[in-house]
Design a protein around this ligand. Structure first.
Ligand code: SF4
Ligand code: SF4
Length: 369
């Protein structure tokens, strides 16, 4: 299988303010090009695009291509399991939404210490094993957002998991909280295949500061910053698929142009990425990957990742007046950072473990100066 997977979590929209307004015409065209170039892996989840991603997958892929010509992956939202019967109900709904009789890969979504406890409480590993025996799941694993010792514990207690999905990118490689390298080594030690998520860290590594991009272009003039990030992830030993949440045809054309033959980076490239990491770490921005898991749980409907992105742009030297206009627009029909009531519901679902309420205060202060 080709190593690039199409993440269906940042799809093109017809209305930028409504995550469920997937632009099906554009998505159809992107799916056509992706498949025609020999790539076959699609990754959706129950809650992506406000619940619309799975049905968009049905319309753009399942209804238009033979079932054996692509892989479709979805995930059980462990953070939505509150009572007995929830996982059976959600799984049946997912098969229906996607219009399939089986998922090629099925994951327990976003395991960390807390979500693992939930999965254990409801017997989620046994549930997906049963689905596999019954034929509605071909392979199962889990996506993971915690430290390497927690990953080691889960893999020791559940050796039946066939693969893991990890956040691997060059910026988080040695990060004390994300521990990309240590997690990858742990998965390899347990003999698990690895699928990479967030290789471009929610777009952060596609727009690097000018001095960082200069280093990259001096080494390889025709490699974009995003392609450096994808190549870094794809070149790691044990990685079978690298997901990219592509939003435009331009991104898709670029990614499919080189990912078919991306191999390990050489010493020169690794040195460039080490220098780029130093530049980026000096930036001190908010490590939000714009996954939007938090926005649905916010009672004030605050567009949390959009505010974090504005803050990061401000921090990177962006034009404060222009950013202030966008800040006003974000709060037109919804809450602003100043409206946060500190209920911390968002923090319970944030895979990056961000202290969202405190960070929103910081954002509010930065824009009210
Ligand atoms: S803590 Fe603030 S941002 Fe988070 S869910 Fe509550 S109101 Fe929304
Ligand atoms: S704050 Fe956390 S949950 Fe919300 S978009 Fe950013 S990384 Fe995702």
């Amino acid at each position: 299988m080709q190593k690039l997977g199409f993440g269906l979590m940042r799809l093109p929209l017809t209305d930028g303010a409504d995550p469920s307004s997937v632009d099906m015409k554009k998505l159809d065209e992107m799916v056509d090009v992706f498949l025609s170039r020999g790539f076959t892996y699609f990754d959706t989840a129950y809650m992506y695009h406000g619940g619309r991603s799975e049905s968009a997958a049905r319309e753009a892929i399942v209804a238009r291509y033979p079932r054996d010509s692509f892989w479709l992956t979805s995930k059980l939202p462990t953070f939505y399991l509150h009572k007995k019967g929830d996982q059976e109900r959600i799984f049946a709904e997912q098969l229906k939404r996607c219009g399939v009789e089986y998922f090629d890969n099925y994951l327990l979504h976003s395991l960390d210490k807390k979500n693992y406890e939930t999965a254990e409480k409801f017997g989620s590993f046994a549930f997906v094993e049963k689905c596999k025996r019954e034929g509605s799941v071909r392979r199962f694993g889990f996506s993971f957002h915690d430290k390497a010792d927690v990953l080691d514990k889960i893999l020791r207690e559940h050796p039946e998991a066939e693969f893991v999905q990890l956040q691997i990118n060059y910026l988080d490689w040695e990060d004390g909280n994300i521990q990309s390298r240590l997690c990858l080594e742990t998965a390899r030690r347990h003999g698990k295949k690895v699928i990479v998520m967030e290789p471009v860290k929610g777009g952060t590594l596609a727009k690097v500061p000018p001095q960082a991009e200069k280093l990259m272009r001096e080494c390889h003039p025709d490699w974009s910053p995003a392609s450096w990030a994808l190549r870094f992830a794809a070149g790691q030993e044990g990685v079978s698929v690298v997901l990219s949440g592509m939003s435009t045809m331009e991104q898709l054309r670029e990614n499919t142009s080189f990912m078919g033959e991306a191999g390990p980076l050489g010493g020169r490239e690794r040195a460039v990425l080490s220098a780029v990491t130093n530049i980026l770490k000096g930036g001190n921005g908010i490590a939000c990957t714009a996954c939007r898991y938090c926005t649905e749980s916010c009672p004030e409907r605050i567009a949390i990742p959009d505010y974090f992105s504005l803050y990061n742009e401000l921090h990177a030297g962006g034009d404060k007046n222009a950013l202030a206009v966008r800040y006003e627009e974000c709060g037109k029909n919804a809450g602003t950072p100043a409206d946060c009531i500190r209920c911390r519901r968002c923090e319970g679902v944030c895979p990056q473990h961000l202290e969202v309420a405190d960070l929103l205060q910081k954002v509010s202060a930065a824009f009210s100066k």
